[in-house]
Design a protein around this ligand. Structure first.
Ligand SMILES: Nc1ncnc2c1ncn2[C@@H]1O[C@H](COP(=O)(O)OP(=O)(O)OP(=O)(O)O)[C@@H](O)[C@H]1O
Length: 248
């Protein structure tokens, strides 16, 4: 049974077809990259996977639960790092992560252990007692990454995992994601072709709300960038920051 199954998902906002007949599956052991230019429908798909929006059509199963029918159960069982998600400004990382652990019904000793592990892994141990409002955007992103993994969920959904992180932490997070995906399903949305090519075991290319290709960047001979340009074309490339320079 796939960890994530999406079949014929569609969602429009007014006249904009944000997601238009999307289908894909992600199994345990996969680090699946959802790669597409700005406005391709990535965030809308993640919001549907976590029960934050009601699709117009299609079915979704996450760990054999339906996030539309039972969003709370889905959110309890998965880890989520939303795009532009920030921790509450009036709490410290330790307070926030303890709170997350409590609502995930974790043993308090395990929560304390996990907080220290994550603070060490992402190098924010000296910020654990500082209010989030006094942390940089990158430091807040580290806390948000920690909350997504705190309860060791079987499925993790991350929108732009490396946004705002410095290169050293990016390398650590890439390594961690790879390792975590050995036993779980990790779904990352990104418009960074290099990141998708480097870390993902499978990549779905999305544009205009549709999945237009799937590839295995570790096995495919053709570089992912070429496949991406083939399917997304110049218009999509214009909306993909790191390959703007290829434009005439
Ligand atoms: N709440 C909303 N109301 C109206 N239009 C929306 C809404 N959410 C998304 N859209 C539109 O749906 C389309 C897909 O948006 P989405 O945020 O899913 O794209 P994305 O692939 O995540 O883009 P990005 O990489 O820029 O974050 C866009 O055209 C966007 O303007």
């Amino acid at each position: 049974m796939a960890a994530i199954r999406v079949d014929g998902l569609s969602k429009a906002f007014g006249t904009v077809r944000a997601v238009d007949g999307m289908s894909f599956t992600v199994d345990r052991g996969e680090l699946y990259g959802f790669l597409g230019p700005n406005g391709a429908g990535k965030t809308t798909t993640i919001r549907a996977l976590t029960g934050q929006i009601r699709p117009d059509a299609g079915t979704i199963s996450v760990l054999e639960t339906d996030p539309v029918a039972d969003p709370l159960e889905t959110r309890r069982r998965v880890g989520i790092l939303p795009e532009r998600g920030t921790p509450p400004s009036f709490l410290t990382p330790r307070e926030f992560l303890s709170f997350v652990g409590r609502i995930r019904e974790m043993n308090p000793d395990v929560v304390d252990y996990q907080i220290d592990q994550w603070a060490d892994r992402l190098a924010f141990e000296n910020k654990l007692e500082t209010l989030h409002t006094d942390l940089s955007r990158g430091q807040q992103q580290k806390v948000m990454l920690a909350q997504a993994f705190l309860h060791e969920p079987d499925v993790v959904l991350i929108d732009e995992p490396l946004a705002n992180l410095d290169p050293i932490v990016q390398e650590q997070v890439k390594r961690f994601l790879h390792q975590y995906a050995e036993d779980n399903a990790v779904f990352v949305s990104t418009h960074n072709v290099d990141v998708a090519e480097e870390i993902c075991t499978r990549v779905g290319i999305v544009t205009d709300g549709r999945l237009v290709a799937e590839c295995d960047p570790q096995a495919d001979e053709q570089p992912l960038l070429e496949t991406f340009l083939e399917h997304v074309g110049a218009a999509g490339a214009r909306d993909t920051p790191e390959i703007e320079s290829l434009e005439p």
